[in-house]
Ligand binder design. Structure first.
Ligand code: UDP
Ligand code: MG
Length: 308
């Protein structure tokens, strides 16, 4: 098997047929052996029926039906776990990632790279808020992590068997695949493309899911927030110490002091805020620690036609 294409599906009934046609058209033109792996991530619409139909008619289609919605990153992981190809393409189902780019990615992979990711030159049809938060997030992440996670890059990419096996060795519960793939290393490169609009349906990435992904990226690959909490603690304590000296000085030396309600309120509120932030940051890491200590399986499969 030359290429496996992993496609996570969450309420994509409007896109599955077109996607299947386009991906298939592209791969048929490449003279390679391939398989398509669709992962149904607990869709509420007719996606699963469409996938079952595809699988019944097209022997190259495999599907995994997860027991509920586990989220994009875990759906992709489930696909990687069963993919048999020497190279694996990860692509979104909504046609925002053009399948026509696959030959280019594959060609570049053949020239001695283990990862070729698709970097967005522009993105269409997405809200200003989404573009702005995405830009900000990638820059922030790049500045506080030690490994270089490419900016403006989603999960659309081709990875070699070596990298897939590397990912399988990383059992973390809070997946941030593009970070993990950067961490794995080897020779990586990119090609640029213009990101299209979503072909049909609606985004499955709510702000809630986006924030979770961002926090997984940051906590999974950086201790900077924890260190910032410590540093902030020192700075605030330093200032508090100076104010203490000043207070004692006014009280006992100059005897010039007011019944200081304002200063008390401000310092209590400020310290309370700083402490809560610091505790919250620690909490984020501890939540992830405990998730990993539980050793639960990443996902459960309800049904599949893939024999491994
Ligand atoms: N997706 C998924 N589970 C989810 C949310 C999304 O498998 O909980 C899939 C979705 O079907 C699509 C890909 O992940 O193939 C990217 O999602 P989407 O296009 O909604 O994200 P956006 O492009 O808006 O960031
Ligand atoms: Mg999309």
């Amino acid at each position: 098997m030359d290429i496996s294409v992993v496609i996570p599906i969450y309420n994509e009934e409007a896109n599955i047929a077109t996607l299947h046609n386009r991906v298939k058209g592209v791969l048929e033109g490449m003279k390679v052996s391939y398989e398509l792996i669709f992962i149904n991530d607990g869709s509420h619409d007719r996606s699963l029926n469409l996938l079952l139909e595809l699988a019944a008619h097209d022997p190259q289609v495999g599907y995994i039906d997860l027991s509920r919605n586990f989220g994009h990153q875990i759906a992709v992981t489930a696909g990687l776990d069963v993919a048999k190809g020497n190279a694996v393409v990860i692509i979104d189902a909504d046609l925002q990632d053009p399948p026509e780019l696959i030959p280019g990615l594959y060609e570049k992979l053949q020239t001695g790279f283990e990862v070729v990711y698709a970097k967005r030159r522009s993105r269409q049809g997405e809200s200003v808020a989404k573009k702005f938060t995405a830009r900000l997030f990638y820059r922030l992440l790049a500045s506080i992590t030690h490994i270089s996670i490419p900016v403006d890059t989603g999960d659309f990419r081709i990875i070699s068997r070596k990298v897939v096996e590397g990912l399988k060795l990383m059992p973390e519960q809070n997946k941030f695949l593009r970070g993990q793939i950067s961490w794995i290393g080897y020779r990586q490169t990119f090609v640029e493309y213009d990101r299209a609009e979503r072909a049909g349906g609606e985004t499955g990435y709510t702000y809630r899911k986006m924030i979770r992904l961002a926090l997984d990226g940051i906590t999974g690959f950086s201790d900077a927030p924890l260190k910032a909490a410590t540093l902030g603690g020192f700075v605030v304590s330093g200032v508090a110490f100076l104010v203490m000296l000043y207070t004692l000085y006014s009280r006992f030396v100059t005897h010039d002091y007011q019944p200081g309600w304002a200063s008390l309120m401000i310092s209590i509120l400020f310290l309370g805020g700083v402490q809560l932030i610091a505790v919250g940051i620690i909490g984020e890491y501890i939540a992830r620690l405990s998730a990993n200590v539980r050793q639960r399986p990443l996902y459960l499969v309800s049904n599949t036609n893939i024999v491994s």
